[in-house]
Design a protein around this ligand. Structure first.
Ligand code: GDP
Length: 468
């Protein structure tokens, strides 16, 4: 009895103590990070009133009292522009929020009533506060982790190997200048800056064409480093193993040595600090993946997304000998992987979408489970823009979606079936997949809340245990 009394007492103290959790959101560009974070904050702020969060027990049981934004701790990180995001959604006609381009942060105080299941339950009027620090950062930055395994020479060779015929085409302008360069010649600052600009443009063109496996990540999303000399380097094509010694003995001012120095600087002063100062301190993480967008873009992009995700997920490889563990000893204790924009397919396709996501990430998920990091795959729509319907077609009832296109046209579509396995190339020729971009629902249609699909399930996995 005394023991259980002591335990109850400890519980009570624990509950009354404020708790803190650092939750990070990432994903490649356009995966849906901005929409997710906007919705997450909105749902928590409107919990118990307009927000429907039945899959989050604290909300379902009426114990979630609400959330308030408070001043964040780290003044060096930009604040997530929540008000602007809501203002865009409230416009007439509504707009998707402008995506964030670097790291941003927002701190919430979540007030809740802990569960009453103990001896001191009768004191049940007590409330507790969870301090939730939310971080949003580009998944592209994680593509840089493997860059730490290389020196400039081996990195150049690696980049050369990833240039597929289509990527070579998109990089033609850069290749034409860089191939004329003599690595032994003295470096000319302006010339290097110009060629680096062309390299960055080629990465951007590849990104726009739907490719994701691109390095260095900061060239695509420079954040506050835009225009800084640390971003003025590029790989040198055509390096043969036999050249290494000669190149490394070139004078300091040579093009080769200048590029190699900038590469090393980028590793030490850009890639590593992000892992050391931010990434290592996250408690929980959600990785968002636009599976449907890639499915829509065809086989080459889908394959590329799969490669990019394999690289990105190395930042969650906690194996003892992994690059990450050796360098940074991170401590994320729970991970969610979510296929976003699920409102682009009819509801009966949602389980397919999760199965496909799991197939896409089969290896990293296995490694995470082996390292005993709880991981959950789910599908969600942060801001649902469509309504599910059934239509009669040739005497059969078929599921369909109703929505408004970005041009303002009302449509009724059946986007197609999501394959449950990694699609073979003939999938696109045989059945394909039609993906329409929709406008968010207007304020009149949606009311005070932000409609979503399974945001509450994601919230339960990510913070539910802290609201017990
Ligand atoms: P970010 O670059 O990762 O921050 O991506 P955003 O959050 O800006 O999302 C990119 C685009 O995807 C948005 O502009 C929307 O067009 C679309 N999108 C994001 N989330 C949803 C969603 O839940 N439903 C629908 N229909 N579209 C979404």
């Amino acid at each position: 009895m005394r023991q259980s009394l002591a335990r109850e007492f400890n519980n009570l103290i624990e509950r009354s103590r404020d708790r803190q959790l650092r939750l990070a959101v990432t994903g490649l560009s356009r995966a849906g990070k901005t929409a997710f974070l906007t919705s997450l904050v909105h749902q928590l702020r409107h919990a118990g009133v307009e927000a429907r969060l039945d899959l989050l027990p604290a909300a379902r049981e009426g114990r979630l009292l609400g959330a308030q934004r408070v001043a964040q701790q780290d003044l060096g990180v930009p604040r997530f522009p929540y008000d602007q995001a809501i203002a865009s959604l409230d416009q007439q006609p509504p707009h998707w929020p402008e995506p964030t381009r670097g790291i941003s942060e927002l701190r919430l105080h979540i007030r809740y009533r802990p569960e009453n299941n103990g001896l001191f339950g009768s004191l049940g009027s007590d409330t507790a506060t969870l301090t939730l620090d939310l971080f949003d950062y580009p998944g592209e930055w994680l593509l840089d982790l493997p860059l730490l395994e290389h020196d400039f020479f081996s990195w150049s060779q690696r980049q050369q190997a990833t240039l597929s015929p289509q990527r070579r085409e998109l990089a033609a302008d850069w290749l034409a200048t860089v191939e004329r360069l003599d690595p032994a010649a003295p470096a000319d600052e302006a010339e290097l800056a110009e060629i680096a600009g062309r390299y960055a443009d080629s990465l951007q063109a590849a990104r726009n064409a739907g490719f994701s496996d691109l390095q260095p990540g900061r060239f695509l999303l420079p954040g506050d480093l835009d225009g800084a000399p640390v971003l003025q380097f590029f790989p040198l094509p055509g390096l043969e193993d036999a050249d290494r010694q000669h190149l490394e003995s070139l004078p300091d001012e040579s093009i080769y040595r200048t590029l190699a120095k900038r590469f090393a600087y980028y590793q030490q002063h850009v890639v590593k600090p992000f892992y050391r100062e931010h990434f290592r301190r996250f408690d929980r993480q959600i990785v968002l993946v636009d599976v449907l967008g890639a499915l829509n873009a065809g086989p080459e992009r889908f394959e590329d997304l799969s490669r990019a995700l394999a690289t990105l997920m190395r930042s969650f490889d906690y194996g003892k000998r992994s690059l990450l563990s050796r360098l940074f000893s991170p401590r994320i204790d729970r991970l969610a992987i979510a296929a976003t924009k699920a409102d682009h397919v009819t509801p009966e396709q949602h389980t397919h979408l999760v199965t496909l996501l799991e197939a896409l990430l089969a290896e990293p998920i296995k490694d995470l489970r082996f390292a005993d990091v709880p991981v959950k795959a789910l599908s969600l729509a942060s801001i649902r823009a469509t309504q599910a319907h059934e239509v009669e077609h040739q005497g059969k009832r078929t599921p369909a979606l109703r929505g408004v296109t970005l041009d303002g046209e009302e449509t009724l579509v059946f986007p197609g079936e999501v394959p449950t396995r990694l699609p073979r190339p003939d999938f696109w020729a045989r059945q394909g997949f039609a993906f329409t971009a929709f406008r968010p629902l207007s304020r009149e249609t949606r009311g005070g809340g932000l409609p979503h699909i399974r945001m509450d399930a994601a919230l339960d996995w990510l913070i539910g245990d802290k609201l017990q």
